[in-house]
Design a protein around this ligand. Structure first.
Ligand code: ADP
Length: 236
């Protein structure tokens, strides 16, 4: 638990499912990201309970530093990631990134996910929009908080915000999540090699459910060799 009086709020850097995210300082020395949890956006009790046992720590996961629970809105304090979300990063800077760098970003995500699996933790919402990039362009997996979301449009597979394009058939049809469904979501590799394009662009979620069920898969992104494409293809 972090004492909120030790936090200084600075500029707003984004806005997500749970509310606004700000750059801040902890004890006037450490740069942190402070997430405000909007009233009614989260299963608060579950989050607090699980927070007590959730001690995930890995160089390729965005580190949670602590929480402020004695007040509302709840605050989540995490490692600050200078270069923001991976999806925007790819869209703005992807073209300038060398081949080897794209591969190293894929590897970063793999390492974070391997650690989650080793600790029996399912992410459930891996996507480039949920990864962040630090000042040295290292990618870290973030937002393993899908479990606590209350918005039905997000958690129901027929909801408008459900990550259909990152989900395998067994999730789409039976809500069967596993480390294997997290592996499917390595669609992130496709996003990296297509410099941040949207998977199945111009297709509705319903069309994608039908296509995926029939066996259609994403095409090879322009910057991936056949060998690299074979790796992402195996995930699907
Ligand atoms: P959501 O939960 O909807 O995926 P987030 O609340 O995690 O979204 O983040 C919203 C935006 O805030 C991100 O796209 C990113 O630009 C910014 N952001 C979130 N966390 C951090 C962080 N730790 N460091 C820097 N920026 C962040």
């Amino acid at each position: 638990e972090i004492n909120p009086s030790e936090l200084t709020f600075m500029k707003e850097v984004g806005c997500g499912q749970f509310g606004v995210v700000r750059l801040g300082m902890w004890r006037a020395r450490h740069k942190v990201a402070i997430k405000t949890i909007r009233e009614g956006a989260m299963h608060e009790e579950d989050f607090i309970e699980e927070g007590k046992v959730m001690r995930l720590c890995h160089p390729k996961l965005v580190q949670l530093y602590g929480v402020c629970l004695q007040q509302r809105p709840l605050l989540i304090v995490a490692e600050f990631m200078e270069n923001g979300c991976l999806l925007n990063f790819l869209r703005q800077r992807g073209g300038a990134l060398k081949e080897a760098w794209l591969l190293s970003m894929c590897q970063d995500v793999c390492e974070g996910m391997e650690y989650l699996e080793a600790h029996s933790f399912l992410h459930r919402d891996l996507a480039a929009r949920n990864c962040l990039v630090d000042e040295r362009n290292v990618v870290k997996v973030s937002d393993f908080g899908m479990t606590y979301v209350l918005d039905n449009q997000y958690i129901s597979s027929s909801g408008a915000k459900f990550p259909v394009k990152w989900s395998p058939p067994e999730v789409l049809h039976y809500s069967k999540y596993s480390s294997k469904s997290d592996v499917w979501s390595f669609v992130v590799m496709w996003e990296i090699y297509s410099e941040g394009r949207t998977p199945f662009e111009n297709h509705s979620n319903l069309e994608v459910v039908n296509e995926i069920t029939r066996g259609t898969r994403l095409f090879r992104p322009h910057r991936a060799t056949q060998l690299l494409y074979a790796i992402m293809y195996r995930c699907w």
